[in-house]
Design a protein around this ligand. Structure first.
Ligand SMILES: Nc1ncnc2c1ncn2[C@@H]1O[C@H](COP(=O)(O)OP(=O)(O)O)[C@@H](O)[C@H]1O
Ligand SMILES: O=C(OP(=O)(O)O)[C@H](O)COP(=O)(O)O
Ligand SMILES: [Mg+2]
Length: 405
């Protein structure tokens, strides 16, 4: 099922709306970009359009503002970084423009005022509730800003939102961008029929989003290693005390079912056997190592996997021929709780015989921080998107694109 590519489009003079995933990890005040991979990876697509004299409009979400304007989640800080990265394509005095709202009069005026070879970034799509609700009224407003639509946001391709799915119903041509194509190609090669043993490592904090995918993963993986914030809902399902650790109470049943299925299928399902716990969620919190079978005390939260877990996971990783990793093993943003994530990064990077894929906005930030990024086969801009790709279903953001005839 071939989809239209940006390379199939006539772009000269056209208003080209490119949906990008600039959902980059930010410092707490929202001013500093901690990892710019997701911006850098879209440069080839933007450059491609600019060189063909398109009038380029970029749109993205950032974080989860839930339909309200949250100043700390403004995309404005991205403009400067983008300007630097496009320096080789833009004229000397040329700036990347910024529209303080993604739809409405001001946005329309700024978009229509764009000349060939100019670029405008729209404010956070999720400041409008219509984005996540996939409201056709909002999708139509976005569509009105362009002549052609390009989706380069692989990291958001698992979302059927107004800017990834809805909009395609209101534009004539919807095409994949160069990053979208490259991600699908790399992940397709590595994950459609993965070399075995296939080890999947899942961590991070988006428990309710990703826990459902783990069950599907049991069909493909030989071993599943669960760390980070994902682990505690499973440990709770096993009846362990998890203290103040991240647990999605609504998902404890799903976790229990997944554990049963893994056992029935003979898939090795590894959970942390020890934890680095803290008394509060802070960089300078008092730390200690807690080891199963003792439960995590009521007043403590687990913020990293412990040293025995690292050894257990590293041994499994060493025998793999394909590794897919999404979700950090701990709160790696705090150096004191980055040890487990860095050790797993070293183990994945150290397996020279395996195809290794690390995906996700925060996981990519973590792998760069660890210093081992250079030894990973493919660094993907998608976390949830990579996991859902592995399930084998077509991602809604890809499915919605125009068929190539
Ligand atoms: N034990 C934990 N408790 C709370 N948060 C955690 C824990 N381990 C990891 N995290 C957090 O998970 C976040 C990343 O999760 P997620 O967005 O799912 O990953 P990715 O962006 O790589 O797909 C990080 O900000 C990290 O601090
Ligand atoms: O960061 C993202 O996904 P990821 O954390 O799984 O890598 C995407 O931008 C999707 O964001 P969302 O999970 O808030 O829809
Ligand atoms: Mg993330």
């Amino acid at each position: 099922m071939a989809k239209l590519s940006i390379r199939d489009l006539e772009l000269g003079g056209k208003r080209v709306l490119i949906r990008v995933d600039f959902n980059v990890p930010l410092s707490k005040d929202g001013r500093e970009i901690l990892d710019d991979t997701r911006i850098r990876e879209t440069v080839p697509t933007i450059e491609y359009a600019l060189r063909r004299k398109a009038r380029v409009v970029l749109c993205s979400h950032l974080g989860r503002p839930k339909g309200k304007v949250v100043p700390a989640l403004s995309l404005r800080p991205v403009v400067d970084r983008l300007r630097e990265l496009l320096d080789h394509v833009l004229g000397e005095d040329e700036n990347v423009g910024f529209a303080p709202d993604c739809v409405g009069e001001v946005a329309t005026e700024l978009v229509n005022g764009l000349e060939q070879g100019q670029t405008l970034l729209l404010e956070n799509l999720r400041f409008h509730a219509g984005e996540e609700a996939n409201d056709p009224v909002f999708a139509k407003k976005l569509a009105a800003l362009c002549d052609v639509y390009v989706n380069d946001a692989f990291g958001s391709a698992h979302r059927a939102h107004a800017s990834t799915e809805g909009i395609t119903h209101f534009v004539k041509e919807s095409a994949a961008g160069l990053l979208m194509e490259s991600e699908l190609e790399h992940l397709g090669k590595a994950l459609t029929e993965p070399d075995k043993p296939f080890v999947a490592i899942i961590g991070g904090a988006k428990v309710s989003d990703k826990i459902g995918v783990i069950e599907a993963m049991l069909e493909k993986a030989d071993a599943v290693l669960i760390g980070g914030g994902m682990a505690y809902t499973f440990l709770r399902a096993m009846g362990q005390d998890t203290g103040k650790s991240l647990v999605e109470v609504d998902k404890v049943d799903v976790a229990g079912e997944t554990l049963k299925k893994a056992a029935a299928k003979g898939v090795r399902f590894l959970l942390p056997v020890d934890h680095v716990v803290a008394d509060r969620f802070a960089a300078d919190a008092a730390r200690g190592v807690w080891k199963a079978p003792a439960g995590i005390p009521e007043d403590k939260m687990a913020l990293d996997i412990g040293p025995e877990t690292v050894e257990l996971f590293a041994a499994e990783i060493a025998g793999a021929r394909t590794v897919l990793w999404n979700g950090p093993m701990g709160v790696f943003e705090f150096p004191a709780f980055a040890v487990g994530t860095n050790a797993i990064a070293e183990a994945v990077a150290g397996n020279d015989e395996a195809t290794t894929i690390v995906g996700g906005g925060d996981s990519v930030s973590a792998i760069h921080k660890s210093g081992f990024a250079g030894k990973i086969t493919h660094i993907s801009t998608g976390g949830g998107a990579s996991l859902e790709f592995l399930e084998g279903k077509v991602l809604p953001g890809v499915e919605a694109l125009t068929e190539r005839l």
